[in-house]
Design a protein around this ligand. Structure first.
Ligand code: GUN
Ligand code: FE
Length: 436
């Protein structure tokens, strides 16, 4: 389990000077040009126009003229799909899984293959603007442990799930039955606890209802309570998937209700992320809200797999918890800046083509989802307000004409659309500078 007290004592105290932009609320972007962002033992003390006297003894890291933003939070991605990102975008979800995804994931039985692929995934995550991520691995325990080791060494903060799947997958990937899937999960959890990672938490990861028998889901619910773990899965992504779930689980009122009946849908002591929710109707949304479930909106994936456009505006109006995910490799880009731009773009199409009563997301709202929205899964994360954990990214836009973007908000907007992941100069996670 993560020991946050230990993390904080390892973190430094310092001041960052730069052009600072962050969200206070979904419609409230704060910018301070030439501002001072103070970090004390891993937590933000706030942003100041003049450095208060009480912080004048702290070391100053001067990034004047550079943009400083909160680290971005990828609420849903698949590490073993990174190697085939950008390939196989011609199929819908269920065929895409069988044709491309399951054969690729089967390769992670081979630890040498897993090492090469996972090292590349972690390198990419470290170099971009993401500071925290919630990650699917595969069914394989050794490869999942390896991924956790690599992520722990990177300094990023992540949750990683060994995937559970005991039906409807090829023999070379599927676990034999519920019992062996549960035994492997417990072996993985015991090993993960024994290692005492500081930054890398296990998260229970039933792939989705079609992959998991009722017996498996029930056993995972027992493990969830015993180990007090968060949960992640997929929900209401694609029409054929949803029809299939209705056949597999005639007991359930809706797709989310299948997880609920199995004891794996949020509520006290069971923080849960459901990816996609493209076809979540108001009844399902009400259930997610009641159970305090996080929706991981994955716009790039929803476009590439022709899944549809999630009703994010409705989720926000309803006061639901929403963050953004890249969903590599349903989404081809691991960049969360790209995900922010895509969230705005698909919301415009939904407004134009589907629902003229749902105004598109603004850039500020999408940036909020990528920072505070997803960050709140960890608590006070994703902003520079006093008390928030200090996740910060310094971005370089020196070579772009500043005269055309004369406010910090417009400089941020441009870096979002230009996908400035390669422009990261420095990155801090919970107050610790991580090597790029
Ligand atoms: N549903 C079940 N598995 C997957 C996956 O790997 N990617 C996406 N996008 N949806 C899924
Ligand atoms: Fe996914």
């Amino acid at each position: 389990m993560t020991n946050y007290a230990l993390l904080a004592s390892a973190a430094e105290s310092f001041v960052l000077k730069g052009d600072i932009v962050y969200c206070k609320g979904p419609q409230e972007l704060v910018s301070v040009e030439g501002g001072y962002l103070v970090c004390v033992e891993g937590r933000s003390q706030g942003v100041f126009e003049q450095l208060p006297e009480r912080y004048s003894g702290l070391p100053l890291r001067d990034w004047s003229g550079k943009l400083v933003i909160p680290g971005l939070i990828d609420l849903h991605t698949h590490a073993p799909q990174f190697a085939f990102r950008g390939i196989g975008m011609d199929l819908e979800l269920l065929d895409w899984l069988q044709t491309y995804t399951f054969p690729e994931e089967a390769r992670y039985r081979d630890l040498a293959y897993a090492r090469e692929a996972y090292e590349a995934f972690v390198r990419e995550l470290v170099h971009g603007a993401t500071t925290r991520a919630v990650v699917f691995a595969t069914v394989h325990v050794p490869a999942t442990m390896l991924l956790m080791e690599l992520l722990e060494a990177s300094g990023l903060i992540t949750m990683v799930g060994k995937v559970n799947m005991d039906r409807n997958a090829p023999d070379n990937l599927s676990e034999l039955d519920a019992k062996s899937s549960l035994a492997a999960t417990r072996a993985w959890l015991d090993e993960a606890c024994r290692r005492e990672f500081k930054r890398t938490l296990p998260i229970l990861t039933p792939r989705f209802v079609p992959s998991c028998s009722d017996e498996l889901l029930a056993g995972l619910a027992d493990a969830q309570r015993q180990y007090e773990l968060p949960v992640q899965s997929h929900l209401s992504e694609n029409p054929a998937e949803i029809r299939w779930v209705a056949e597999l689980r005639p007991d359930a009122r809706c797709y989310a209700d299948a997880y609920l009946r199995s004891g794996l849908l949020g509520g006290a002591g069971c923080p849960t992320i459901m990816a996609h929710c493209v076809y979540t109707d108001p009844d399902e949304a009400a259930l997610l809200k009641q159970r305090e479930v996080y929706v991981a909106h994955c716009p790039t994936s929803n476009t590439c797999l022709a899944s549809g456009i999630a009703p994010v505006r409705e989720f926000l109006v309803a006061g639901m918890r929403v963050g953004l995910g890249t969903d590599v490799a349903g989404g081809y880009s691991p960049s969360m800046l790209h995900a922010v731009a895509e969230a705005v773009k698909v919301s415009k199409l939904r407004w134009r083509l589907v629902d003229q009563c749902a105004p598109p997301l603004t850039v500020t709202e999408a940036f909020y989802l990528a920072t505070r929205g997803g960050g709140s899964f960890w608590g006070e994360v994703g902003s520079f307000e006093p008390g928030f954990e200090f996740d910060a990214v310094v971005l370089n836009d020196d070579d772009l004409p500043q005269a055309c973007a004369d406010t910090l908000a417009s400089r941020l907007e441009r870096l979002i659309y230009l996908d400035a992941g390669s422009r990261v100069l420095e990155k801090y996670v919970a107050g610790t500078r991580i090597g790029l």
